[in-house]
Design a protein around this ligand. Structure first.
Ligand code: GLY
Length: 348
C-alpha cells in the first residue's frame, strides 16, 4: 500500500516524501499543461523533468517510450525516485514507466486533479491505452507515497471538479449512508478547500480499504466498478457521436442508472435513489444524454465492457442499500432497458 500524505502545503509534503526515500536522484514526469501551470507554483528543487503531451490520447506507447528514453538519458537508477505530477493520464503512464524501468523504480504520485486524487493516483493500477483499448497494457504497482493537496484544484474548471466529485460519490455509496449524506450536502465548486480535503481523505480511505482486501481485483475490488458499466457505455456513446463527456459526468449518470437497477433487482431504497437523483439534477451535472433510440447501442457497449467474462453476460456491481454491495450481478437486456427508461424519466 502507498503512504498517503494529505497536506495544504504540497511543496513541503513532496520534499518530506522524497527525503524519506533517500533516493540517489529524482526525476519528474508530468504533462505539458501541468508543467506550465502547476510546476512553477510548486518551485521544486529538482530539474530533471519529462513533460509528455497533455490529453488521454497521448497515454500511449509513444509517450511511454519518451519517458523511458528520458530516464535512460538522465541516468535514473534503481535507487532513484520518480515523481508523477498530473492527472490520471500522467500517474497511470508515469507509474507504468517507473514499474517497468530497470524492473522497477520507486515512485511518488502528486495528483493535480480531483479525479486523479480520488481514483487513479491511489490503488496501484498503472498502464497505457493500446490497440484502441483503454488501459490494455499495465501492471499493479503502488506508489511509495501519494501526496494529496487541494491546492492545485483551485485552477480546475468546474466540470473537472464535478467530474472528480462523482467518483467521490461512488465511494460514498459504497461506504454507507453517513458518507453519502455528507457528500450530498457539500458543494465542491463553492465549498471550502479544507472541507474538500477532509472529505477527500475519507473518500480515499474507502478505496484503500477495498484495495487492501483485494489488490489485484479478484473479487471485492470489482465493487469499485459501481456506476462504470453503464457509465463507460454513456462515455463511449458520447465519444462515438463526436461530443465527448468528462469521465465523471458519465460515471454520475452511470451511478444513477445502476442505482435504478439496484432498486429494481436488489431493493435499494427508493428514498436514497430519489436523493441521489435530486442531487444530480441540482449539482450542475448535465441532463440525460441519450434517448430510447440509443438503448441497443448502449446495451451493446455494456456487453463489450472488458469486465464481462463472456460477451453474452452483462455484469454489474449493485447495492441493496448504501454500503451493502453485491458484485458480479448478471443483468438481462430488458432490465437494463427498464433502468434506462426510469433514469431518463427521473432526470426530466
Ligand atoms: N478505478 C477502479 C480501481 O482502481 O479499481
Amino acid at each position: 500500500m502507498s503512504r498517503l500524505i494529505f497536506s495544504d502545503s504540497p511543496r513541503s509534503a513532496l520534499l518530506y516524501a522524497v527525503s524519506d526515500l533517500n533516493p540517489s536522484s529524482v526525476h519528474i514526469v508530468t504533462d505539458t499543461t501541468v508543467a506550465r501551470i502547476v510546476l512553477p507554483q510548486l518551485d521544486l528543487p529538482w530539474s530533471a523533468i519529462t513533460a509528455i503531451p497533455a490529453g488521454e490520447e497521448f497515454k500511449d506507447l509513444a509517450s511511454l517510450q519518451q519517458v523511458w528514453t528520458a530516464l535512460i538519458e538522465a541516468g535514473v537508477s534503481r535507487r532513484s525516485v520518480i515523481i508523477n505530477i498530473g492527472g490520471g493520464m500522467v500517474t497511470d503512464l508515469g507509474g507504468f514507466a517507473a514499474a517497468t524501468f530497470k524492473r522497477g523504480v520507486r515512485f511518488i504520485n502528486f495528483p493535480t486533479t480531483l479525479l486523479s486524487a480520488v481514483d487513479a493516483a491511489v490503488g496501484g493500477k498503472t498502464g497505457i491505452n493500446f490497440g484502441g483499448l483503454k488501459n490494455e497494457i499495465g501492471a499493479f504497482a503502488p506508489a511509495e507515497a501519494v501526496v494529496i493537496s487541494a491546492t492545485p484544484f483551485a485552477t480546475l474548471p468546474v466540470e473537472q471538479l464535478l467530474s472528480g466529485y462523482a467518483e467521490m460519490m461512488k465511494h460514498a455509496l459504497l461506504s454507507g449512508p453517513t458518507q453519502m449524506a455528507e457528500l450530498l450536502q457539500f458543494d465542491p465548486v463553492t465549498g471550502s478547500r479544507d472541507t474538500l480535503l477532509q472529505l477527500l481523505e475519507r473518500s480515499i480511505a474507502v478505496k484503500e480499504r477495498i484495495v487492501a482486501a483485494d489488490p489485484t481485483e479478484q473479487g471485492m475490488r470489482k465493487s469499485l466498478n459501481l456506476g462504470h458499466t453503464a457509465g463507460h457505455a454513456i462515455e463511449a456513446l458520447a465519444i462515438n457521436r463526436g461530443n465527448p463527456l468528462p469521465h465523471g459526468y458519465a460515471v454520475a449518470a452511470g451511478l444513477g442508472i445502476e442505482l435504478v437497477l439496484s432498486h429494481l433487482l436488489k431493493g435499494f431504497p427508493s428514498e436514497s435513489l430519489r436523493r441521489y437523483i435530486q442531487w444530480l439534477r441540482t449539482a450542475g451535472y448535465p441532463r440525460t444524454s441519450y434517448t430510447c433510440r440509443d438503448y441497443k447501442q448502449l446495451v451493446s457497449l455494456m456487453r463489450h465492457d472488458k469486465k464481462n467474462t463472456c460477451s453474452a453476460e452483462i455484469n454489474f456491481t449493485l447495492l441493496s442499500s448504501p454500503g451493502t454491495i453485491c458484485i458480479d450481478c448478471t443483468v438481462g437486456e430488458e432490465e437494463i432497458n427498464a433502468a434506462l427508461d426510469i433514469y431518463r424519466d427521473m432526470m426530466e
